[in-house]
Design a protein around this ligand. Structure first.
Ligand SMILES: *[C@@H]1O[C@H](CO)[C@@H](O)[C@H](O)[C@H]1NC(C)=O
Length: 317
């Protein structure tokens, strides 16, 4: 039993020894920085003479993903090249074939999602095994994306509110500055901005603070802005608005109630038996007294008018 353990241990030791001796991967530049749209080289060199089982592999772990969770993007073995992954069209190897000690790759027309860790891995097993790997970090510089402006709190006179501004993308990390009605907020004593977090604190807000606020996100690649319109209400306004809302709701309730009543009433009428006389003609006749009445009343009006005119004349005379 013990002998078997010793054997396993010895073999392990041999593997380890080989790994150190046979392949030594070096990354001359650990971090590569490039602008969006540019071409970069991710450098990797190894000191080994490739044998027939030589394998070169590159893996990519996007963003802050752990390098060990990277997905294969390049694979070379025995004269064959494979480029799985979405970057394949923009990806090429420096030395073709990569058997001279240079394992660097070129990545063209870089985009922000190319940022992350690239793992260069060389396997060269003449004596069973030999592994070496190294990590290159790629940082893609991008101008700030259009930030989102947002109001935290209620803009009621006398309260404190915070305006928030943040760009989802941008490298180097953007800094933020606010203007109110075209002036820097530093000229307003009640306003305090934080250029790192993008927040703007307005204390004891008043109606004078109503208007348009603009946030500017900046890095050395460019700028982007967003606007936020704040309208400050007084507590009384808030009461009025609440009153109006309640009033409107009551009105809607009333209308609904009336509608339901009418519907039910009509249904009841339909169910009730029809009266047994020709109602229509009689009703037409019934209109005429009304019309006569109308005529009568207009006569009354002119009588009154004449009367008033005479009265007026008499007053003048
Ligand atoms: C808030 O502002 C009003 C005028 O806009 C002022 O009268 C009041 O004293 C202020 N309150 C505080 C706590 O500063």
């Amino acid at each position: 039993m013990f002998q078997r353990y010793l054997l396993v241990f010895s073999i392990g030791l041999i593997f380890f020894k080989d790994a150190v001796i046979t392949v030594d991967v070096t990354i001359p530049e650990n971090t590569v920085v490039g602008k969006t749209g540019s071409n970069v080289i991710l450098p990797c060199i190894y000191s080994s003479t490739p044998g027939s089982q030589f394998v070169l592999e590159w893996k990519f772990a996007p963003g802050k993903t752990a390098p060990s969770d990277g997905r294969q993007i390049y694979y070379y073995s025995n004269g064959q090249t494979y480029k799985p992954g979405s970057q394949s069209e923009r990806l090429s190897i420096s030395a073709t074939p990569p058997v001279t000690g240079i394992a660097s790759i070129h990545l063209n027309n870089i985009i922000s999602s190319d940022s992350g860790s690239y793992v260069c891995e060389v396997n060269n097993p003449p004596d069973f095994s030999g592994t070496g790997s190294g990590i290159v970090k790629l940082i893609v510089q991008v101008p700030p994306s259009t930030p989102t402006c947002q109001l935290n709190g209620k803009a009621i006179a006398g309260s404190d509110v915070t305006l928030m501004c943040s760009s989802a993308e941008g490298y180097p990390t953007p800094v933020y500055s606010w203007t109110f009605a075209g002036s820097k907020v530093s000229s307003f004593p009640s306003m305090l901005e934080n250029e790192i977090s993008g927040s703007l604190l307005i204390t004891n807000i008043s109606q004078a603070n109503s208007g348009t606020y603009q946030c500017l996100a900046t890095n050395d690649q460019g700028t982007a802005t967003c606007d936020l319109t704040v309208s400050v209400t007084t507590a009384a306004d808030a009461g009025t608005i609440a009153g109006v809302v309640v009033g409107v709701l009551l009105a809607i309730l009333l209308i609904v109630a009336v509608a339901i009543y009418i519907l039910c009433y009509r249904r009841k009428q339909k169910k009730a038996p029809k009266p047994d006389y020709p109602g229509n003609e009689i009703r037409e006749d019934a209109m005429s007294p009304g019309m006569r009445e109308g005529r009568r009343s207009s006569q009354t009006d002119s009588y009154l008018l004449n009367n008033a005119a005479t009265r007026h004349e008499s007053m003048v005379v």
